[in-house]
Design a protein around this ligand. Structure first.
Ligand SMILES: [Zn+2]
Length: 319
C-alpha cells in the first residue's frame, strides 16, 4: 500500500465511522468525535488487520475485487469490505477496552458464540491460512497475466551523441539506461528516447530503434571493433543494445502524435510500450522516414580525442 492510498483510506473511514455512531456507543465513547478517533487509532494499532485472523483489510479487499471472496448483502450495502467493531465479551458494553476491529468473516463466524481468545487461537489462525492461500493464487494469476512490454520509452537529459551513438550507421545504447532498458530490451523490442528540457526538445522523439542485438560489452567490442572505439568499458553499461534499424532525429526531433501523448514521461526511469503504441509509432516512422542518422545531436560536444577535429558530432561523455 502506498502512503497516499492509506491516507485516502483513513479519510474515507473517518466519514464512514462517524455515521455508525449510535446510542449504544455513548457510554463507552461519550462523543461521536471520540468514537471516530478511537476507531482510527485502533485500525492503525492493529496495522489495518483483523484482530482474529490478522489479515489486512487491503488484502481482503483484493480478494473481494477479484471475486475470490464474496461479500454479504445487507439492505443497500454489503458486509466484508471494512473492519467491523467486535465486542470481545458480548455481555459487556461497547467500551474501548472491550472492543477490537475484526473482518466481517471472523466477526460473523464468532458471533456471540465463541470466547474472543479461543476464537483467535482456534479459528483465526485457520482463516489466516485460507486467506493466504487465496492471496497466493491471486498473485500467481496476476503474474501469469502480466504482459511483458515489447518496448520502452525514456526521457533523455542530454543528447550528446554518446547514448544513443549512431556512428557508422549503427545505433547503440549503453551506459545510459544501464539498470533498466539496456538489461531488459531484446531483439525486436523498440526503444524510444524523448527529449528532456536540457535537450531543448522536450517531449519530442529524438530517436527510435528496433533492437537487433543485446550484447555484453565484450561481445560488442569483439564484433564491432571499429564502432566500439567510442565506448570505454568504464563508460559502458553491462550490455550494449545494437541496431541498424533506427531513426535518429536529433536536433530535428519530431512531435509525438496526439494519440500517443500518454507516453510522455516527466521523470527518470522508463515506461513500457504496449503493442498498440508500437504499432502507431512504427506506422509514423515507416510512412515518413528512412532508417538512419537523419540529423545531428542537440547537445553536441567537440571530439575529445583529436584537437584537429572540429565536427560537432563525436563525443565521449555521458548522455
Ligand atoms: Zn478475520
Amino acid at each position: 500500500m502506498q502512503i497516499g492510498e492509506i491516507k485516502d483510506f483513513l479519510k474515507d473511514e473517518k466519514i464512514r465511522v462517524k455515521k455508525l455512531y449510535a446510542a449504544k456507543h455513548k457510554q463507552g465513547f461519550k462523543t461521536k468525535e471520540n468514537f471516530v478517533k478511537w476507531y482510527i487509532n485502533k485500525v492503525k494499532r492493529q496495522n489495518y488487520k483483523c484482530f482474529y485472523c490478522e489479515t489486512s483489510i487491503f488484502d481482503i479487499n483484493k480478494l473481494i475485487d477479484s471475486q475470490k471472496l464474496k461479500t454479504r448483502k445487507i439492505g443497500h450495502g454489503k458486509r466484508g469490505t471494512v473492519l467491523e467493531i467486535d465486542k470481545k465479551i458480548n455481555e459487556k458494553d461497547y467500551i474501548p477496552d472491550n472492543c477490537v476491529l475484526s473482518c466481517y468473516y471472523c466477526n460473523n463466524d464468532k458471533s456471540y458464540i465463541f470466547d474472543s481468545k479461543d476464537y483467535k487461537e482456534n479459528f483465526g489462525k485457520n482463516r489466516n491460512k485460507y486467506f493466504s492461500k487465496l492471496l497466493n493464487r491471486l498473485k500467481k494469476n496476476d503474474s501469469a497475466k502480466r504482459i511483458m512490454p515489447k518496448g520502452y520509452i525514456y526521457r533523455m537529459d542530454h543528447d550528446t551523441g554518446f547514448a544513443p551513438n549512431v556512428k557508422y550507421g549503427i545505433c547503440t545504447l549503453s551506459g545510459c539506461k544501464r539498470s533498466t532498458i539496456e538489461l531488459w530490451a531484446k531483439r525486436g523490442h523498440w526503444v524510444i528516447g524523448l527529449g528532456g528540457n536540457k535537450t531543448n526538445k522536450p517531449n519530442k522523439i529524438i530517436y527510435a530503434m528496433e533492437v537487433e542485438k543485446n550484447l555484453s560489452y565484450d561481445q560488442f567490442k569483439k564484433k564491432y571493433s571499429r564502432k566500439s572505439k567510442y565506448l570505454s568499458k568504464k563508460d559502458a553499461g553491462k550490455n550494449v543494445l545494437v541496431s541498424r534499424k533506427f531513426y535518429y532525429f536529433g536536433n530535428k526531433a519530431i512531435d509525438l502524435p496526439k494519440s500517443l501523448t500518454h507516453l510522455i514521461i516527466n521523470r527518470q526511469g522508463c515506461k513500457g510500450l504496449t503493442d498498440k503504441d508500437i504499432f502507431k509509432l512504427k506506422k509514423i516512422f515507416k510512412n515518413k522516414y528512412n532508417y538512419g542518422e537523419l540529423e545531428i545531436p542537440n547537445n553536441p560536444r567537440k571530439c575529445v580525442k583529436t584537437k584537429k577535429c572540429s565536427k560537432k558530432t563525436s563525443v565521449n561523455s555521458v548522455c
